[in-house]
Design a protein around this ligand. Sequence first.
Ligand SMILES: [Zn+2]
Length: 70
Amino acid sequence: MSESSWPDCQECTSGNLLPLSDFGSQGAPIHYKAWVCTSSTCGYNIKIRNGDVYINEPIASGESHSPRPR
Ligand SMILES: [Zn+2]
Protein backbone atom coordinates (compact mmCIF):
# COMPACT_ATOMS: atom_id res chain seq x y z
CA MET A 1 0.00 0.00 0.00
CA SER A 2 1.28 3.45 -0.85
CA GLU A 3 0.38 6.76 0.70
CA SER A 4 -1.80 7.57 -2.27
CA SER A 5 -4.17 4.84 -1.16
CA TRP A 6 -5.44 6.94 1.71
CA PRO A 7 -8.90 8.36 1.11
CA ASP A 8 -9.20 11.95 -0.02
CA CYS A 9 -10.32 14.49 2.51
CA GLN A 10 -13.89 15.42 1.67
CA GLU A 11 -13.50 18.74 3.43
CA CYS A 12 -10.68 20.38 1.51
CA THR A 13 -10.29 17.80 -1.31
CA SER A 14 -6.57 18.59 -1.45
CA GLY A 15 -5.39 16.57 1.53
CA ASN A 16 -5.64 12.93 2.43
CA LEU A 17 -7.04 11.34 5.54
CA LEU A 18 -4.25 9.74 7.53
CA PRO A 19 -5.14 6.96 9.96
CA LEU A 20 -3.75 7.36 13.44
CA SER A 21 -3.45 4.67 16.05
CA ASP A 22 -3.47 4.92 19.80
CA PHE A 23 -2.86 2.69 22.76
CA GLY A 24 -5.53 1.63 25.20
CA SER A 25 -5.30 1.75 28.97
CA GLN A 26 -4.04 -1.82 28.96
CA GLY A 27 -1.37 -0.95 26.42
CA ALA A 28 -3.23 -2.69 23.65
CA PRO A 29 -2.90 -0.91 20.32
CA ILE A 30 -6.02 0.68 18.92
CA HIS A 31 -5.54 0.81 15.18
CA TYR A 32 -7.09 3.55 13.10
CA LYS A 33 -8.65 5.20 16.11
CA ALA A 34 -8.65 8.56 14.37
CA TRP A 35 -8.33 9.94 10.87
CA VAL A 36 -6.78 13.33 10.33
CA CYS A 37 -6.41 15.41 7.19
CA THR A 38 -2.83 15.80 6.08
CA SER A 39 -3.46 19.43 5.17
CA SER A 40 -2.41 21.61 8.09
CA THR A 41 -4.72 24.37 6.96
CA CYS A 42 -7.70 22.05 6.90
CA GLY A 43 -7.49 20.18 10.17
CA TYR A 44 -10.46 17.96 9.42
CA ASN A 45 -10.44 14.98 11.73
CA ILE A 46 -12.68 12.14 12.72
CA LYS A 47 -12.19 9.79 15.61
CA ILE A 48 -13.97 7.18 17.65
CA ARG A 49 -14.03 7.08 21.41
CA ASN A 50 -16.07 4.73 23.55
CA GLY A 51 -18.14 3.79 20.54
CA ASP A 52 -19.02 7.35 19.65
CA VAL A 53 -17.71 9.08 16.55
CA TYR A 54 -16.42 12.61 16.82
CA ILE A 55 -15.94 14.85 13.80
CA ASN A 56 -13.79 17.95 13.62
CA GLU A 57 -12.78 18.13 17.23
CA PRO A 58 -10.20 20.82 17.99
CA ILE A 59 -6.70 19.46 17.61
CA ALA A 60 -4.38 19.92 20.55
CA SER A 61 -1.05 21.15 19.33
CA GLY A 62 0.81 19.38 22.10
CA GLU A 63 2.56 22.61 22.93
CA SER A 64 0.76 25.22 24.95
CA HIS A 65 -2.94 25.75 25.09
CA SER A 66 -4.13 29.00 23.64
CA PRO A 67 -4.56 31.56 26.40
CA ARG A 68 -8.15 32.13 27.39
CA PRO A 69 -9.21 35.75 27.75
CA ARG A 70 -10.91 36.42 31.04
ZN1 LIG B 1 -8.79 18.35 4.53
